[in-house]
Write a protein that binds this ligand. Structure first.
Ligand SMILES: N[C@@H](CCC(=O)N[C@@H](CS)C(=O)NCC(=O)O)C(=O)O
Length: 283
């Protein structure tokens, strides 16, 4: 690759400066982890939350999510890859694109064969899905990702009080989130005291099934023991959200739940592939 080759770009949601240290949106994180896993040189472009629809439409992409009322929900991540002309606007599609375009790059196969059957906790409320997993490549991974999304989404009320909004768009983002939740102010949703403790306990219990999967191969921190895959990156994308929003003491507890599997997984993935590559000099 010559220095003139334009780099891939990851569009991520801007958070409190420096965003490279505070970013914690789960789906953009999954895309970052996949790009770094594949060792694809790229730059990160931070997008203010209210600008996402304009940026997405400007890149010629339709919305891949809908709000509960059926209207378009414009989201990130997006990855553009000038070496192929690809513009991909869904975290799972990005991982599948990287695997098919760069099969042997970086740490290798993102989708190795493995048993990802995940007994979905039955008591989880059915939420508007973040993605439609049907018809995707790597179907067992797509289904697993959809279930992991639902598992963590059911507990996002715990993240409300701590989200590191970028002050440049914080006021507008709060108004928009309150509108979506149909509450007068976002603060109304913040859990405190006993209700927060109960929510933490339910969260811990719900994560038991995933924790058991992580224990199947104790040779390493990943689902496949020593070998990481996209399934681990999906879990860590979500853990990152809780890393960035829970109180410090709560995050430390989460890391220790179920014999510490989530803490070990987060640390291993973050250390290997978590860094934000704001600029990469290619020679
Ligand atoms: N299915 C999409 C979902 C993407 C998604 O929900 N992104 C969230 C951040 S994690 C977003 O962009 N939210 C924008 C907003 O809330 O306005 C994917 O996997 O990429």
């Amino acid at each position: 690759m010559s220095s003139a080759t334009p780099l891939a770009t990851l569009y991520d949601i801007s958070t409190r400066p420096p965003a490279s240290k505070t970013c914690c949106s789960p789906n953009p994180t999954k895309a970052r982890l996949a790009l770094n896993f594949k060792d694809i040189p790229h730059v990160t472009r931070w997008v203010q939350m209210p600008d996402i629809p304009t940026v997405r439409r400007g890149l010629g992409l339709e919305a891949c999510r809908k709000f509960a009322d059926g209207t378009d929900f414009y989201t990130l991540p997006i990855v553009t890859d000038p070496s192929t002309g690809a513009v991909v606007g869904d975290s799972f599609d990005i991982a599948a694109y990287l695997q098919s375009t760069y099969p042997n790059a970086g740490a290798g196969d993102l989708f190795p064969e493995q048993d990802l059957s995940y007994e979905f906790p039955e008591n989880l409320p059915l939420l508007v899905p973040l993605s439609d997993h049907t018809g995707k490549p790597h179907p067992s991974y797509a289904l697993f990702a959809a279930k992991v999304d639902a598992t963590f989404t059911a507990h996002t009320q715990l993240t409300v009080g701590g989200f590191p909004f970028d002050p440049a768009s914080e006021a507008a983002s709060r108004v928009e989130f309150a509108r979506r939740a149909m509450v007068p102010q976002l603060e109304v949703l913040t859990l405190t005291g006993d209700s927060r403790e109960r929510a933490m306990k339910t969260f811990e219990d719900t994560l038991g099934v995933l924790a058991a999967m992580l224990k199947r191969d104790p040779s390493g921190p990943f689902l496949l023991g020593k070998r990481a895959s996209y399934a681990d990156l999906v879990i860590v994308g979500w853990l990152r959200m809780f890393w960035g929003t829970l109180r410090k003491e709560e995050w430390e507890r989460l890391c220790k739940w179920h014999d510490g599997g989530f803490g070990r997984l987060y640390e291993a993935v973050d250390e290997a592939w978590g860094a934000v590559r704001e600029e990469v000099v290619v020679v």
